[in-house]
Design a protein around this ligand. Sequence first.
Ligand SMILES: [Fe+2]
Ligand SMILES: [Fe+2]
Length: 251
Amino acid sequence: MNCLDFLEFIKSEFGNLGSEEGLRYKYYEDEINGIVVCWKVSKKVLDFTVKNKFNLLIAHEDLYFPPEYAGGDKGGIVSDFRKEILEKNRINFLRLHYTIDKNFIFDVFDQLSGGKILIKENLYRVYEFENKKLENVAKELKKRYKVEFLRITEPNKKVKRVGCLVGGLGLSINSKFIDKILSYNVDTVIAGEVDEYTIRALSDLKIGIIEIGHEVSETPGLIKFTQYLKKKLPKIPIKYLKNTYPIKILK
Ligand SMILES: [Fe+2]
Ligand SMILES: [Fe+2]
């Protein structure tokens, strides 16, 4: 199976890909001898792929920095650094974003949120909680996702209606999505990643935020996708690789 066959397989399973998805690099007719699935390309992911002589990298997020949404697919210092490693080792790159969100990440996030699904309209999800203190909901999530820290606002707020902003949906680049979530009268959001635009906006309305981490929030769904691939393609070695999170909190 080569990358083009693999892409056909993905399309036959899940339908056509979105415009931000697809093969981005470059030796599409080489036979696949191993697949690494990751949330985002990193030095750790590239080193593993090279060391194990795998030649297809599937990432949920963009290969490039500056990313494609910032018009950066033509080059850049970090993009060039990554491309050089891919080229030197004849590694292919496939981005699967909406496809994995829609079929795996959101559903797994629903299950791990700790709430009951109240509204589910495409990717818009609202969960019901039993009037718990936000701080306590956050503590449970911290345990469930096994993270060292998470960021919250409004710790004493009572949580009843929670909007889902998994992954990067809490970033202000997705503010139209956030605005729609607000229209469901949520009192709190659980987010992967939020920026200060979003933090300030929600704070004006006293809507609580629990931010658990972009990669952290999407990892369980990505692992489920990887398990699915392994089952469907038992002859190809397939590995899910987590990144290490370089941030430390200095108090
Ligand atoms: Fe996502
Ligand atoms: Fe994401």
